[in-house]
Design a protein around this ligand. Sequence first.
Ligand SMILES: Nc1ncnc2c1ncn2[C@@H]1O[C@H](COP(=O)(O)OP(=O)(O)OP(=O)(O)O)[C@@H](O)[C@H]1O
Length: 347
Amino acid sequence: MTHVLEVRDLRVEAATQSADLLLVDGADLRVARGEIVGVVGESGCGKSTLVRTLIGMLESNVEVTAGEVSLLGDTVLAPGRDTTARIRGSKVGTVFQDAARSLDPLFKIRFQLREVLARHLPDLTAEQAADRMAAVLRRMGIDEVDRVLDSHPHQLSGGLRQRVAIAIAVITDPALVLADECTTALDVTTQAEVVSLFRDLVRDTGVGLVFITHDLLLASDLCDRIAVMYGGQVVETGPTAEVLENPRHPFTAGLLASVPSWSAEGPLVGIPGSAPRVTTEFRGCRFADRCARVSDRCRDDVGWTGGREDGVRCVHPLDGTADRAHDAAGSVPAAGKEELMAEEERR
Ligand SMILES: Nc1ncnc2c1ncn2[C@@H]1O[C@H](COP(=O)(O)OP(=O)(O)OP(=O)(O)O)[C@@H](O)[C@H]1O
């Protein structure tokens, strides 16, 4: 099967004054037509770098050093070849957390949508362009099409601005949409509306969606498959229900244990400590220093248990809910447990 998106063994490095950092390491991701794949993880795990790589918007000190990316079977990124910037806006639409990044405050929405069409679909007549603009806004659940088209971004509510930002991302009928924390700044009700919009859009058009979020509840609600990232690596991947109901990576279990509704039966436990700064010299599991199951083997390069499609990057994966329950309460290394106990006592 030809996938809409196929990312293979992607490695992205950043040169800084103190060290060469590894922002994304060996990442794989596949998205089929009409599929929603969630990329979840803590802040700083490399989610946005992955998105910026896919749309050719990396900062000047950041470079792709290995791996390949294909869109609809065509290689768009490989050693010595990068055409990702060319397909941005036409075959790949992007929605960012802040609609301000997608919208220009100086221009009315009508002008901004027309600009996108003029750049990517220059053969459309004025009438066809007008029809398309009205249709895409209606698809976004917007009734007052003319008012919105004649507004500047600041005249619209936050929720409406984000709908327009999504409209800009999809007006060219892209094969793939990348949504990077695009519901994070919205209130809960608007968040639910945007999630429902995405669900309908994917069902009706067959577009592939990569939904980047740190919110596991949102991901569980929307996504068909999930890739959990930690320290620049995808550490666990599979169908959403399997990953979230039976997590195998201790980090995934820790993440779940810190979500209130998942931990209803047990204590709510955060993951003490923070992710390591991963330089190109770094070896071994990125999560080792925060993991109760750590052993010497974790200090070597850690491969996949199971495939990269349905597997876990761990040498001591959890097995079943009993393990998970134990780990949720005990996933904290000794030092972390002391921290938690001290905090309890202070309270
Ligand atoms: N240009 C850069 N130079 C050096 N380090 C960078 C650069 N861009 C990102 N990083 C670092 O790479 C890591 C991954 O960043 P990224 O923004 O991809 O993470 P993220 O998971 O999207 O986090 P967040 O949710 O906070 O945006 C972070 O530690 C970040 O500080």
